[in-house]
Design a protein around this ligand. Structure first.
Ligand code: FPP
Length: 253
């Protein structure tokens, strides 16, 4: 029996965001090349996608390649892009069968043509799926996203489509790449680093943060269930007092 039995099925986070960290260290610890760690990381991606689908998570966002990752050695960047293309090509039928809908956020046009083509096809092939929404953050960074949103808003103001005085946080969120998705309630980062690293800075405003020392290639179903169990023990206050939250809870029982 795994941790699933002790999880409240009615309080599964709707949206989980993940920073998949530690592939390189995992590989180095085994005397292997960093790219080997990324390959094993794909096995974890598959396992976590399947688990999220099974337990009813509706949105899973994975930080697969950041804007800053372009600065890695060229061989590693090439290997990651190749792995991405091959993985999408290999897994798309499985995604389709499992009712998973694929989305991509990030600076799409900065990706190599072959990646864009493969991703566009996979997004199109899964567009009718109604189960888990799998969102890949690729060539993504929050500051880039927020700057782009500010530019789009300025253009709308110039053309009279938007009005500065009526801008609020909900309206601004419509200019972000994540406009179609709810904010994540839970953000998981593997491999022991306690940072957000330019990831969904606007969207994670009220998310619960969960850090684990486990490297991404070792992060599997049971680790995800433990993270959700931990999340369910937190009190989400959104700036209110604990007493206010408790009163609301008893009112709803
Ligand atoms: C971070 O580990 C991981 C990445 C930058 C890439 C993540 C990519 C995958 C898991 C594979 C491709 C994914 C999909 C969705 C097909 P790191 O290299 O920074 O590890 P380190 O901190 O130990 O060096």
């Amino acid at each position: 029996m795994d941790t699933l039995h002790s999880i409240d099925k009615s309080r599964i986070p709707q949206h989980i965001a993940v920073i998949m960290d530690g592939n390189g260290r995992w590989a180095k610890e085994r005397g292997q090349d960093r790219v080997y760690g990324h390959h094993e990381g794909v096995v974890s991606v598959r396992d976590i996608v399947n688990t999220c689908g099974e337990i009813g998570v509706q949105y899973l966002t994975l930080y697969a390649f950041s804007t800053e990752n372009w600065n890695r050695p060229q061989e590693e960047v090439n290997a990651l892009m190749e792995l991405l293309v091959n993985t999408i090509r290999k897994e798309v039928e499985e995604l389709k069968k499992n009712n998973v809908r694929l989305h991509v956020i990030g600076d799409f046009l900065s990706l190599p043509d072959i990646c864009q083509k493969e991703l566009n096809e996979a997004v199109e092939m899964t567009v009718m799926n109604t189960g888990l929404n799998l969102i890949l953050a690729l060539s993504y960074s929050s500051r880039w996203e927020i700057m782009e949103a500010a530019k789009k808003f300025a253009v709308d103001v110039q053309s009279g489509k938007a009005d500065i005085d009526s801008l609020d946080d909900e309206q601004f969120a419509k200019y972000l790449t994540t406009s179609a998705f709810p904010d994540p309630e839970l953000m998981i980062r593997t491999s022991g680093e306690h940072r957000i690293s330019n990831y969904l800075l606007y969207q994670l405003a009220y998310a619960e943060l969960y850090f684990t020392p486990v490297h991404w290639p070792d992060f599997r179903r049971e680790n995800l269930l433990l993270a959700i169990q931990d999340y369910q023990q937190r009190e989400r206050r959104f700036g209110k007092t604990s007493e206010q939250i408790q009163k609301n809870l008893t009112r709803h029982v």
